[in-house]
Design a protein around this ligand. Sequence first.
Ligand SMILES: *Cc1c(COP(=O)(O)O)cnc(C)c1O
Length: 362
Amino acid sequence: MTEKALSDRVAALIRPELLALKAYHVPDDTGLVKLDAMENPYRWPPEMLERWLAVLRDVSINRYPDAGAAPLKSRLRAAFGLPEQQGILLGNGSDELIQILTMALAAPGRCVMAPEPAFVMYRMISTFLGMQFAGVPLDASFDIDEAATLEAIAQQQPVLIFLAMPNNPTGNLFSTERVEKIIAAAPGLVILDEAYTAFTDADYLDWAQRYDNVLVMRTLSKVGLAGLRLGILMGNPVWIDELEKLRMPYNINALTQASACFALDNFSVLREQSEIIRRERCALQQSLAALPLKVWPSEANFILVQCLNHDAPSVAKAMKDAGVLIKCLHGVHPGLEGALRFTVGSPEENRQLLAALTAALS
Ligand SMILES: *Cc1c(COP(=O)(O)O)cnc(C)c1O
């Protein structure tokens, strides 16, 4: 086949909405202070690393992983205080759970909804699966626009609504009353995405019991295990048992299962790290107040700011040149004009961030 014939065939067969997509871009971070992806900056104490390696040594890597992952699920129940009658579905990161949920509900003409700006995977995965995606703009304070959202629900009848609590990339929690109204009006399933649960006192886990159409999703990524890939979906087994049918039987590999069990047996270490990050967030917000920025409140391990009189992409570029990688969100959504988002790092990383940001804004 000639090159031309091949590219014609690709263009004819790959769905047009996929041809139009750009692949998810992960920037090269070599040598940079990495504050673009909401990772925990801390590794484990050396003695804990040694105990972890001893656990890994015993993993039978020649065998398929435990498909049911019962030991891991029971530790997750204990860590989150999840009642016995609630079900758990594990994913290779929450990303895979979003994919499973969307696959389960995908059908021509059906719609997925989320307030925007939102976590980009909601829209991307809906597009992958050929579903309509309705992004309803948040209001000027990044809360749910109640009237607009209720109207969009009435018109589009979404089978699936994602609400991140706290929201990424804005960092805030939506008001509880508005979320309740969305849940009441939703004709389908509502997913409360608590990826940042470690950094807020808000906790909606029991809403999965209170509402028949709510499931709660969490992840170990933001508390220090981003490299493991473990997402957790919890709620009524009537839902979970159906979704379970779509899960690849060995999606949670043996090393992840053993490592996550180990981490949950040592969860106090992760909790303490999250506490330090919460305190650092507070300190960082105070320092940022002196700069020419609009600083948004945050209940997560990142902070969103908006440049008042600087070009955000140039600021991000200057910071990268100074060795600090952050996320520029300018142009991603009309509500994010001039917006930059950065992870709360270690005290040393935050010092470097502040120095680079101050210089870029001078
Ligand atoms: C980071 C993030 C996730 C993805 O988590 P993984 O478990 O790493 O796939 C899900 N939802 C939100 C809102 C996030 O910010």
